[in-house]
Write a protein that binds this ligand. Structure first.
Ligand SMILES: Cc1ncc(COP(=O)(O)O)c(C=O)c1O
Length: 378
């Protein structure tokens, strides 16, 4: 099946009892057994739930993977992935990544003896330089949050595979519509399902997708043992959101291009970060590994101060100032004080995350209205 068909049909089936076309919300914690161990494959909803199973199967299909696992948040999925490691293991991660990921790595897992190295994986050779015998995982996020750096997934995955290093891509910004990292050779994909996949700013959820059966077994064990699972109502909402993922993403990309081009032409704007520009550092790689360039854009102001960024952010009307991204509603944010506040200033300045940097999640409203809103705010 092609993507649009998979978004609507993969992994989901009409309810065998009633014929209901929509996956029912199995709002149950437990399942009756005829005699101990004699059941329909479901015993307890932390372990399995039929609404979650259909969502997991659908997500696996969207990423061209063999299996999927859902979690109560993107952070729950990241937490589960790090639990594959043990004290003494080392991780090489891109230095421009979601602040919460940086926080769990440095503030939680360093205390358990896992070591993290941060480097610009936008230059693939930086990866090899940091590999040693303890390196067990490489963590990519591409496009990165918020600098929209593009990492060459295939090149990094190839090096990782040759050295027995587990490769992971946080595919949240691209969504499975724009990019399928398993096809490029990575071992595991994680998503903040909260973002484009659900698309309607009404659910918090995470997912992991992969091909390897041993990894599935280990991760499903942690999922059940630690318990960061989503409820069936949220799984239902995400299944509904996914049915329009391809249509929404097309419009996000179309609007993203128009907004990025407008910003680039504006006299008060300094830099515009969007991988669709031919002069973007890794535009050629973006073109190779992504179907289109998405609706996430970051830009800086010529007056590079927190005050001028705050003025813009409190003046927009259609772009709501809020955490999160990937919904049909346009959002704007100030990474330095919001999503990336947990990253020290010196660390964020290294990757270009300056005080006036503003991040836009361009929604699917009318592009002319969005541009008019940005124009009046500038
Ligand atoms: C790229 C990225 N990864 C992971 C996360 C964490 O996901 P969640 O907020 O669903 O826990 C986020 C949240 O903003 C994100 O933007």
């Amino acid at each position: 099946m092609k993507f649009a068909t998979k978004a609507i049909h993969a992994g989901v089936h009409p309810d065998p009892e009633t014929g209901a076309i929509m996956t029912p919300i199995y709002q149950t914690s437990t399942y009756v057994q005829r005699s101990p161990g004699d059941h329909e494959g479901y015993e307890y909803s932390r372990t399995h739930n039929p609404t979650r199973t259909q969502l997991q199967d659908n997500l696996a299909a969207l990423e061209n993977g063999q299996w999927g696992l859902c979690f109560s948040s993107g952070m729950g999925a990241i937490d589960t992935l790090v639990k594959l490691l043990k004290p003494g293991d080392e991780v090489i991660a891109t230095n421009d990544l979601y602040g919460g990921t940086y926080r769990i790595f440095t503030k939680v897992y360093e205390n358990y003896g896992v070591k993290f190295h941060f480097t610009d994986l936008g230059n693939a050779e930086n990866f090899e330089k940091l590999i040693n015998e303890n390196t067990k995982m490489v963590w990519m996020e591409t496009p990165t949050n918020p600098m929209l750096t593009i990492i060459d997934i295939e090149t990094i995955a190839k090096v990782a595979m040759s050295k027995n290093i587990l490769s992971v891509v946080d595919n949240t910004f691209a969504s499975p519509y724009l990019q399928n990292p398993l096809d490029l050779g990575v071992d595991l994909i994680m998503h903040s399902v909260t973002k484009y996949i659900n698309g309607h700013l009404d659910v918090v959820m995470g997912a992991i997708v992969g091909n390897d059966a041993t990894l599935q077994e280990r991760l499903a064990f942690i999922q059940n043992a630690c318990g960061a699972v989503p409820g069936p109502q949220d799984c239902f909402l995400v299944l509904r959101g996914i049915k329009t993922l391809h249509v929404r993403m097309e419009r996000h990309c179309e609007n993203g291009r128009k907004v990025a081009e407008f910003l680039k032409s504006h006299p008060k704007v300094d830099k515009v970060y969007w991988p669709g520009f031919a002069d973007h550092h890794n535009h050629v790689i973006a073109k190779k590994q992504m179907k289109n360039f998405g609706g996430m854009i970051s830009f800086t102001l010529k007056d590079d101060s927190i005050a001028s960024a705050e003025k813009f952010l409190s003046t927009t009307e259609l772009f709501s100032l809020a955490e999160s991204l990937g919904g049909v509603e346009s959002l704007c944010g100030h990474p330095a004080s919001m999503t990336h506040a947990s990253i020290p200033r010196e660390e964020r300045m290294k990757s270009g995350l300056v005080d006036s940097l503003i991040r836009l999640s361009v929604g699917i409203e009318d592009a002319d209205d969005l541009i008019a809103d940005i124009n009046q705010a500038l």
